[in-house]
Design a protein around this ligand. Structure first.
Ligand SMILES: [Zn+2]
Length: 113
């Protein structure tokens, strides 16, 4: 068991744990431990995206389409919705068929909600 200290510098900062001499930084969202604050904050930033919006995997896209979006740094449903169909077509490996698939899956997804 370590001593958990809330950091006051940033309100939404990661937690710092002092265990013996080693200081560890923990992502508050996924509870992963890091040896540097930067790494923990990066993780937290990343995790926050998925708290704010459902992960794209919820759309059950085909791996091809999912991977193309992932490479274009589109990771969540809200990321996806920020892009127009024209913008999606610019993504490498993303054709009309992919756009149709995205449109269809988004529709299905939103009907379920
Ligand atoms: Zn995390």
């Amino acid at each position: 068991m370590g001593l958990v200290e809330e950091d006051n510098e940033w309100e939404e900062s990661c937690s710092m744990v002092i265990e013996g001499k080693a200081t560890r930084f923990i992502c508050d969202l996924c509870q992963k431990e890091y040896s540097t604050r930067e790494a923990a904050e990066k993780c937290q930033e990343w995790c926050q995206r998925f708290v704010d919006s459902p992960n794209l995997t919820n759309l059950k896209l085909s791996p091809r389409v999912f991977n193309a979006l992932y490479r274009a740094k589109i990771y969540t449903v809200s990321d996806l919705k920020k892009h127009s169909e024209e913008e999606l077509l610019v993504i490498e490996g993303f054709g009309r068929k992919s756009v149709l698939e995205v449109r269809e899956k988004l529709k299905q997804y939103e009907e379920v909600l």
